[in-house]
Design a protein around this ligand. Structure first.
Ligand SMILES: Nc1nc2c(c(=O)[nH]1)N[C@H]1C(S)=C(S)[C@@H](COP(=O)(O)O)O[C@H]1N2
Ligand SMILES: [Mo]
Length: 246
């Protein structure tokens, strides 16, 4: 736990204090070096397939706050919300053998995993919640990843300051047993503020990696041509680390 907190704090300290540094050329190099250091140190110190801690029901936070987008007004989202997300679809595409388009019913009928975990946001808050949904690995295996696939990109319905939110992970996190496509929080369908009707839970990564309002899952060989090329909304804009392992 100490090590986990240490690494989380390291990430948090940098994000809070490094925005100005991130704008300068030497700053970029420094952040790049720091990220590489974090990634390799983390690889040495931890087994990336190890499970994140899980908690008893008594530890669940009474209120799981929403952060970032909490009520999207784009991508047809308000209309979906009005009909209780009855016609929401999740696509699985890119470098796969069989592209999928799944209904909420399809997703609810898959084998489910439930886990009580702690969410750590770089802005300095945490919350514990119980999440339920199928493992991402099930969906990827159902679609059949092609050999060239190296990363999984998550597409979202919301738009922050005019740009679509997105995120990505490598295949180690994509196939981690606690990486799930969650549709329930604390036994109820996801509230809108927490990403209804579907959001990622990637328990070995910091909060911004957990894409909410999930519309698509895309297998790619490179992140260069996705968004601005850094692998995520905040990575593109604020110099957040792409590898946000905890
Ligand atoms: N689509 C989308 N996903 C997102 C965000 C967002 O603004 N849009 N914010 C991220 C951040 S910074 C955090 S901490 C968590 C917050 O999840 P919560 O709203 O359930 O607390 O969602 C992450 N996923
Ligand atoms: Mo966050």
């Amino acid at each position: 736990m100490k090590r986990r907190n240490f690494l989380a704090t390291l990430g948090a300290a940098c994000v809070a204090g490094c925005n100005r540094v991130a704008d300068s050329q030497p700053g970029q190099a420094l952040l790049g070096a720091a990220e590489k250091w974090h990634e390799s140190a983390h690889r040495l110190l931890t087994d990336r397939t190890a499970l994140a801690p899980e908690y008893p029901r008594s530890a669940i936070s009474p209120y799981f706050r929403g952060n970032g987008s909490t009520d999207p007004q784009t991508g047809g989202y308000p209309a979906h919300a009005e009909e209780g997300f009855a016609n929401w679809r999740l696509t699985v595409g890119g470098l796969v053998e069989t592209p999928l388009s799944l209904s909420m019913e399809n997703i609810r009928r898959l084998p489910q995993r439930t886990q009580i975990t702690r969410h750590d946001c770089v802005e300095g808050w945490s919350a514990i919640g119980e999440w339920t949904g199928p493992q991402l690995s099930l969906l990827l295996d159902a679609a059949g990843l092609r050999e060239e696939a190296r990363f999984i990109v998550f597409r979202c319905a919301d738009n922050l300051n005019g740009q679509d939110y997105y995120e990505s992970v490598d295949l180690i996190d994509a196939y981690h047993p606690q990486t799930i496509v969650a549709h329930r929080l604390n036994g109820e369908p996801l509230p809108i503020r927490n990403g209804a009707p579907l959001r990622m839970r990637i328990e070995r990564q910091l909060g911004y990696k957990h894409a909410k309002y999930l519309t698509g899952i895309e297998a790619v060989a490179s992140l260069d041509d996705i968004g601005l090329g850094k692998g995520g909304y905040w990575e593109d804009r604020a110099g957040y680390q792409w590898y946000a392992g905890i």
